[in-house]
Design a protein around this ligand. Structure first.
Ligand code: SAH
Length: 362
């Protein structure tokens, strides 16, 4: 048992069952025992790896995508280039290198990172020592008077979710209680829930639906800035559109684990419901949901991969080819990972994204 396990048990014994959101927040970000607070979980030695860690091509193509979006909006001077949850800083480093040749982009960009983990802030500072970087605890700290170009990769899946099961009488919440001295999930009594009213049409009793309330005010804060000053948001994560089902999961040493067994020791995530993000970012317009494979192909991944391959041989070439497949194959990240872009109504979408048409909704 971990120290956090005992702490949570004591708290539940005193104050009753806790929501999955409170549980996730403690497991990931507890100041002493939190998974992200204590360590760097990324890469081969950690519990999981991410697209920017797999290949430099990911950040390069998305950097050029953001730069084109900036050019399409008239290349505004002094803009915010923001990334929440930047991990080791790899995505931002690749974005920065790839946009070197875009006239005026570096001079106008003010880099703002949103990071809760002191360990990862340290790695980001090392990695991005040449960049004009400001750190924030939350997205509320971002400047309010500049265009905002923001990219988030595998950030929202780490935010705490609440889970509900539909019942004939309303919704039961999945909470964490105690059973025989161990942490165990349980269901509350059913009750109506205004936030899930809109899901009554497409769910039936027994269905599980997840909400991520932590992101709602954040989407509003982003939308307000983009409505006032312009900009764009690109969100990449695993998930879907109007998702249904239990997606709460734990990864420990690159393998799936019981999310309730080792609080603070495993990475906990849930799939992202992109429709909910778009709803809470109103009045911003959003693109159609696309997948990582299609987005990277549209941004020129094949050509970039070919160009890099020319300079490689042996193991390096083999790794490069493997990375290409990991990013794009349907059996790897290619179709599980989705991307959504948001802009002010009437602004052009970034390259690689198609307009949303309600009938063709994914
Ligand atoms: N985007 C990176 C890292 C993904 S891991 C990549 O693609 O490699 C998730 C990141 O989000 C980590 O940097 C973690 O510390 C950060 N994070 C998780 N929850 C957070 C929160 N509530 N506030 C700020 N950062 C958070």
């Amino acid at each position: 048992m971990t120290a956090l396990y005992d702490l949570l048990k004591r708290r539940i014994a005193l104050t009753g069952p806790m929501t999955l959101a409170d549980y996730m927040a403690d497991c990931l970000m507890h100041p002493e025992h939190g998974y992200y607070t204590r360590q760097d979980p990324l890469g081969a030695a950690g519990d999981f790896t991410t697209a920017p860690e797999i290949s430099q091509m990911f950040g390069e193509l998305l950097g050029l995508c953001l730069a084109q979006a900036w050019l399409d909006q008239g290349a505004p001077g002094a803009f915010t280039l923001a990334e929440p949850g930047p991990g080791r800083g790899t995505l931002m480093a690749d974005i920065w290198r790839a946009t070197r040749g875009v006239p005026g982009f570096h001079a106008a960009a003010r880099v703002h990172l949103i990071e809760a983990s002191p360990v990862l802030r340290g790695l980001q500072a090392e990695r991005l020592s040449d960049l004009p970087v400001t750190w924030h605890d939350t997205l509320d700290g971002l400047p309010e008077d500049q265009p905002l170009f923001l990219i988030a990769n595998e950030f929202i899946d780490a935010l705490p979710i609440r889970q509900f099961q539909r019942d004939t009488q309303g919704w039961r919440e999945v909470v964490l209680g105690l059973k025989d001295g161990a942490l165990a999930p349980a269901l509350t009594d059913p009750a109506p829930l205004a936030d899930l009213e809109y899901r009554l049409d497409d769910t039936t009793p027994g269905d599980v639906v997840e909400l991520c309330p932590a992101i709602w005010p954040t989407m509003q804060a982003i939308a307000a800035r983009i409505m006032d000053n312009g900009g764009t948001v690109i969100i990449i994560d695993y998930g879907g559109w109007r998702s249904t089902g239990d997606t709460f999961q734990a990864l420990e040493n690159h393998a799936y684990a019981d999310p309730y067994a080792h609080p603070g020791q495993a990475d906990l995530t849930a799939h992202v419901d992109f429709e909910a993000l778009a709803r809470h970012a109103a009045p911003l317009a959003h693109s159609a949901l696309t997948d990582q494979q299609s987005l990277l192909a549209a941004l020129g991944l094949a050509q970039r991969a070919e160009a890099l391959a020319q300079k490689l041989s042996g193991d390096a070439l083999e790794n490069h080819i493997n990375a290409f497949h990991r990013l794009t194959d349907a059996s790897e990240m290619g179709t599980l990972f989705k991307a959504l872009a948001l802009v002010a109504p009437g602004s052009p979408l970034p390259p690689g994204f198609a307009p949303f048409t309600p009938k063709a909704a994914p």
